[in-house]
Ligand binder design. Structure first.
Ligand code: AMP
Ligand code: GLY
Length: 425
């Protein structure tokens, strides 16, 4: 069969790598892909937001199944467009994608259906929002209503910071229309974890829990990034907690959408804040997380194509999803200065020294220039190791990282430490 993956990050390289192992996948395309997917699949020069271009390509190439990596095309309705042409595509339709595309929609849904989340209010007037901040005090969290490429959430330590965030979003229109409204919510404490689930809108199958590392520096210091590393399974999500997340978050979310006349098909991502064994939803996404995909997909034993086909057909209940009994650790190597300002075009050396059994290097912001591999983005590589215990797997991942070199390379040195701490409690 012919399969298309849409996107260009580490998550998409991982999807391509996973699909490549499938005997049934004869032709694999990725649009637009990166230097890492080139060769493994055929890179197609189409942007992930070019929905009409992608539809035409899929029709012309007679693509049998399409996977969508990033949120923007989902929120823009790519699934509806593909389905209209009779093309098979794995992901939620536009209505379901509002869960990520609109914070007002998702917060209202959670409130209405009693799904645990931070207290909040939404505002379309900056002055009223600022009044509310003064009344509530800091710390407090300000979120742009719409998609803001992962930059629309400001965790403000002080009232001044929160007010500045409202002004930036609503008055200076930093994110354009996405900032016409803001959600202001209670600051939650605890530890974060990600639970992804496959769902066809009826059946829900949670994946192994994982943990991202959002802040740029060790010890969760510094600005928020797209994610500096991940590991799975995350021991903070015990079997008991996962059962609770299933009963109190995943199932009610899918049910609530159903009540609203919306069928969610694809991957539901819940970003959770966990304190004293209780989970609250920080955010929903409607796709695999990145870097979470880089640790979860390598642990997936069941055929991803089979799962996707079952989801699309509404027959997920017929599938059993199995996981390798291993640990996966992914360390992201970023450009120095990321997520603020960074240079690109730096030559990347050392990848050829990494043996397959040691680590897999998923590429994100990379490009080929005059025959050499160079940096082309903030997050450059995700180095993923698999092993039987956390400590050894962490060491294995870092050994690989140390063999890779590019000018200004920055990575956290404490990826996975929370798992070690949790297990020694
Ligand atoms: P989001 O994009 O909504 O997940 O927010 C990005 C990050 O901001 C989250 O991963 C958390 O680290 C942080 N965050 C979001 N909402 C809250 C909250 N209510 N309390 C504390 N931290 C939050
Ligand atoms: N790792 C966070 C995200 O994918 O949104």
């Amino acid at each position: 069969m012919k399969v298309l993956v849409i996107g260009s990050g580490g998550r998409e390289h991982t999807l391509v790598w996973k699909l490549k192992q499938n005997q049934r996948v004869r032709d694999l395309f990725v649009a637009p892909g990166n230097a890492g997917t080139d060769g493994l699949a055929t890179n197609v020069e189409l942007d992930s937001d070019d929905i009409e271009g992608l539809v035409s390509f899929a029709l012309e190439e007679e693509i049998d199944l399409t996977f969508v990596g990033p949120e923007a095309p989902l929120v823009a309705g790519i699934v509806d467009r593909f389905e209209k042409e009779g093309l098979q595509i794995f992901g939620p339709n536009q209505q379901a994608a509002q869960l990520e595309g609109s914070k007002v929609f998702s917060k209202n849904l959670m409130q209405e259906y009693g799904i645990p989340t931070a207290k909040y209010q939404s505002f379309s007037d900056a002055e009223v929002a600022i009044e509310y901040i003064k009344q509530e005090g800091a710390p407090i969290v300000v979120k742009a209503e719409g998609l803001a490429a992962g930059k629309g959430v400001i965790v403000a330590e002080t009232e001044e910071e929160a007010i500045a965030a409202v002004e930036e979003i609503m008055v200076d229109e930093r994110f354009g229309q996405a900032g016409a409204q803001v959600v202001i919510e209670e600051f939650l404490t605890g530890e974060e974890a990600t639970v992804l689930a496959f769902t066809d809108g009826e059946e829900i199958i949670p994946m192994v829990a994982s943990q991202d590392h959002k802040q740029a520096y060790d010890g969760d210091q510094g600005p928020n990034t797209g994610g500096m590393g991940a590991y799975a399974p995350a021991p903070i999500v015990t079997e008991e907690l996962l059962e609770e997340v299933y009963e109190e978050i995943l199932k009610p979310t899918i049910e609530a959408l159903k009540q609203e006349g919306i069928t969610f098909k694809g991957v539901l991502y819940t970003g959770l804040m966990i304190e004293k064994g209780e989970a609250k939803v920080l955010e929903y996404n409607v796709r695999f997380g990145d870097p979470e995909a880089q640790v979860v997909l390598p642990l997936l034993e069941t055929d991803l194509v089979e799962i996707a086909e079952a989801v699309i057909a509404g027959k997920l209940e017929e599938i059993e999803v199995n996981w390798r009994k291993q640990k996966a650790v992914c360390v992201v190597m970023a450009s120095g200065g990321y997520p603020v300002e960074y240079e690109t075009g730096k030559e990347i050396r050392g990848l050829e020294q990494i043996a397959d059994e040691e680590a897999v290097v998923f590429q994100a912001g990379t490009a080929k220039e005059d025959g050499s591999l160079v940096t082309a983005g903030g997050r450059v590589l995700g180095v993923t190791a698999l092993g039987n215990d956390y400590q050894a797997t962490i060491e294995q991942a870092y050994q690989a990282v140390e063999r890779i070199d590019f000018t200004g390379a920055h990575y956290r040195t404490d990826i996975g430490q929370k798992a070690i701490e949790k297990l020694s409690e």
